[in-house]
Ligand binder design. Structure first.
Ligand code: ZN
Length: 523
């Protein structure tokens, strides 16, 4: 501690060596009368920073030599007192994990702020409860993958009663706690309007997923060519900054060579279908992109385009049309999520023909490679274990897997193991909400196959987290569970239990998210 404290005073910045971190944490713990996370200990600008835990509540510690409060420590709010630290008179501030202290922490330790992925391999790890980051870090540490630790759609924020600020702050505190210094991203997921963008831009999200799904005309898939021609002429040509005739000329004899995946020959029918289906979505995406440039500044954000939540699959030709049109309109993006063939239901494995999916996946990768080299994003990517092998083999680091709900299910697994009575209540409540809650998700669980809690012995509770039907039922009812009784019935108890069993939850996530990553990192 003494040597490290001297280094801190001397302006050293960074974490102490592993062997030194534990005694420093112990010294700080003694001083604060709390536990201190050894991995969180860091020095910056003449101050020592760490995260403490008293019971299940966490707090921030900032220490500096007495009488010499460094600039970096001035931003933090909390109670100050004098003490002797490693033989030297010092001062320590203890503050709550407030939004103001999170903002100050991001300024003091930039690794606790989200950053651009910048071409590195990445994985989306949504956290609906705000306590998953330490486990997510365990899963990705050492893999070279940049995790999206703050990742939430507006829909999910509404259902979980969390704000973009809270989503970001929870990731910041988790990253601080674990001393995860290699960088993480913040994905404002499934944004549909300029207002959605503003909410997330204001608090500093770095990655924006635009979902123009509401402007996709899936009826185009089956409409006769004559009907398509009329719809084609009625596209918003002004917003698309082109004309029907010019578009016909551009794509008329367009041949897209996809290497091993063959070639796309645009004929009249293929063009009309692609343009009618996705033309309005292209215009909407371009408008939202320009709005983002206005509010964030060009180069200060990364963009993904997602049409995964639409009714019918995106063909490679349609993908090519979308990519070329977006490019023509000056949109820059790093990832695209097509709607794939088959069913990507929530929290369960892929349902469909894996060979067909593999062919489509290869073709989409080929389009992405030839139109800018962006990633293919796999949404509803939780628990698609049969797909990862194929995706990893075909795309490797050019595949971004996006998960969220599965970390909530792992939380319930911990509750099932440690707080049986609470889990029983949640299970029965979820059974009641399922028929209503399933409306906005792609799921097909049969409620009759999900047992009521009363028939289960205690040692059968964690087993409920494995079968298809109960997984889906528990997965899509998270919003109702969290909101029940204004959050009074489950939310507080659930969070308190997870904080009390923090180690179990982190281990469960390390294992479970690790299984998602393994096929990718082993290549
Ligand atoms: Zn999605």
């Amino acid at each position: 501690m003494e040597a490290f404290w001297k280094k801190v005073v001397g302006g050293f910045s960074g974490p102490p060596e592993r062997a030194a971190a534990v005694p420093i944490a112990q010294t700080l713990a003694q001083a604060a009368g709390a536990e201190v996370y050894a991995e969180s200990v860091a020095a910056e600008g003449g101050a020592l920073l760490a995260l403490a835990k008293r019971g299940i509540e966490k707090s921030l510690l900032v220490a500096w030599p007495a009488g010499n409060r460094p600039t970096v420590a001035k931003d933090f709010k909390g109670k100050r007192r004098k003490l002797v630290l490693a033989g030297d008179p010092a001062e320590i501030l203890e503050g709550t994990c407030s939004p103001a202290n999170a903002a100050a922490l991001r300024r003091a330790l930039p690794f606790t702020a989200p950053q651009a992925i910048a071409g590195r391999p990445s994985i989306g790890l949504g956290d609906r409860l705000g306590v998953a980051t330490p486990g997510h870090v365990r899963a990705v540490r050492g893999t070279g993958y940049v995790p999206m630790l703050a990742q939430q759609s507006i829909r999910e924020m509404t259902r979980t009663g969390r704000s973009p600020q809270e989503v970001l702050d929870d990731a910041t505190w988790g990253v601080f706690q674990t001393g995860f210094r290699t960088g993480f991203g913040a994905d404002a997921d499934h944004l549909k309007t300029a207002d959605d963008i503003d909410l997330c831009a204001k608090v500093g999200f770095t990655f924006y997923t635009i979902d123009p799904g509401a402007h996709v005309d899936t009826a185009a898939d089956t409409a006769p060519v004559a009907a398509l021609a009329g719809k084609f002429d009625a596209l918003p040509w002004k917003a698309l900054e082109t004309t029907a005739a010019e578009t016909r000329r551009r794509f008329g004899r367009r041949r897209g060579d996809l290497g091993a995946s063959g070639a796309i020959d645009f004929n009249e029918a293929i063009l009309l279908r692609a343009a009618v289906k996705y033309g309005r979505a292209v215009a909407h995406t371009a408008a939202l992109y320009r709005h983002l440039v206005k509010v964030r500044g060009k180069g200060n954000f990364e963009l993904e385009v997602s049409v995964d939540e639409t009714e019918t699959p995106t063909s490679p030709a349609e993908h090519l049309y979308v990519a070329e049109e977006l490019r023509r309109l000056g949109v820059a993006w790093v990832g695209l999520a097509p709607r794939f063939v088959g069913r990507f239901e929530k929290g369960v494995d892929y349902i469909g023909d894996l060979e067909e999916l593999g062919r489509a996946f290869a073709a989409h990768l080929a389009v992405a490679e030839r139109t800018g080299g962006y990633k293919i994003s796999l949404h509803s990517g939780s628990d698609k274990f049969s797909v990862y092998e194929i995706a990893a083999r075909l795309g490797g680091r050019r595949v971004h897997v996006k998960t969220a709900g599965t970390s909530y299910l792992e939380a319930l697994r911990v509750i099932a193991a440690c707080e049986g009575a609470l889990f029983r209540e949640i299970l029965d409540f979820a059974r009641c909400c399922y028929e209503t809650d399933k409306a906005t998700y792609h799921v097909s669980a049969n409620l009759d196959k999900v047992p009521i809690a009363a028939v289960l012995a205690d040692n059968q509770l964690t087993g409920i987290l494995d079968p298809f039907d109960s997984r889906e039922v528990l997965h899509v009812t998270f919003g109702s569970v969290l909101a029940c009784g204004g959050g009074k019935r489950f939310r507080g108890r659930l969070l308190d239990a997870l904080k009390a069993h923090e180690e179990q939850y982190a281990e469960a996530l390390r294992k479970h998210i690790g299984r998602h990553l393994a096929p990718f990192v082993s290549r």
